[in-house]
Design a protein around this ligand. Structure first.
Ligand SMILES: Cc1cc2nc3c(=O)[nH]c(=O)nc-3n(C[C@H](O)[C@H](O)[C@H](O)COP(=O)(O)O)c2cc1C
Length: 158
C-alpha cells in the first residue's frame, strides 16, 4: 500500500486536470495546468510534457513541487506534495510512453507527441474540502448544486 489511496486515484483519474506548482530560480511560484496528469502507481503521479518549459526548467534545478486536483462537482480533492523528474529515455520512460500511447494502466490514451514524461514522487498528501460544506450539506447536495451550475454555464456559452 503506497501513499495514494483509492479515492485519491479516483479523483486524479477522473478529473484529467492537475495544477502543478514549481519554484522559479528567483523564488517566485510557477503554476500551470496539466490535462494529462494521472496516476502511475501507488506512490507516483505522472503527466506528459507537451509544452511546459517553465515547469521543466524549474524541476531541473529544484525538484520540489505540489499538484492540486479537485473534483469539480463534489468540490473536494487533494493536495499532493513531493518531487518530480523529467524522463526522456530509459526503461521507465518507455513504459510510461507505452501506457499513454496504448491507453493501458488506466491512462487516457493521448495522440499528442510528448517531449517526455514528468514523474512525481508523492511524499505528502492532504485533503481539500470546500468551505461550502456547511453543516448538514451532503456530497449529494453539493453534486446537485454544481451539476446545475455547470449545465447553466454550458447553456449560456453555446
Ligand atoms: C486545459 C489545459 C491542459 C494542459 N495540459 C498540459 C499537459 O498535460 N502537459 C503539458 O505539458 N502542457 C499542458 N498544457 C499547457 C501548459 O499548461 C501551458 O503551455 C503552460 O503555459 C505551461 O506552463 P509552464 O511552462 O509553467 O509549465 C495544458 C494547458 C491547458 C489550458
Amino acid at each position: 500500500m503506497g501513499i495514494l489511496n483509492d479515492d485519491m486515484k479516483r479523483v486524479v483519474r477522473q478529473q484529467r486536470m492537475g495544477f502543478i506548482a514549481t519554484v522559479c530560480a528567483d523564488g517566485t511560484p510557477n503554476l500551470s495546468p496539466k490535462g494529462t496528469a494521472t496516476v502511475w502507481d501507488d506512490d507516483h503521479l505522472v503527466f506528459a510534457n507537451l509544452g511546459s518549459p517553465m515547469t521543466i526548467e524549474n524541476l531541473a534545478h529544484n525538484p520540489a513541487c505540489e499538484m492540486n486536483i479537485v473534483d469539480t462537482f463534489l468540490r473536494k480533492g487533494y493536495r499532493f506534495k513531493g518531487t518530480a523528474e523529467l524522463l526522456t529515455s530509459g526503461d521507465l520512460f518507455e513504459e510510461i510512453k507505452d501506457a499513454y500511447t496504448t491507453g493501458s494502466r488506466g491512462i487516457q490514451r493521448s495522440g499528442i507527441p510528448a517531449k517526455g514524461y514528468v514523474l512525481m514522487t508523492v511524499t505528502k498528501t492532504a485533503p481539500l474540502v470546500s468551505p461550502g460544506y456547511t453543516p448538514g450539506k451532503t456530497e449529494a447536495d453539493m453534486r446537485e448544486e454544481w451539476t446545475g451550475y455547470w449545465a447553466g454555464v454550458q447553456e449560456a456559452n453555446t
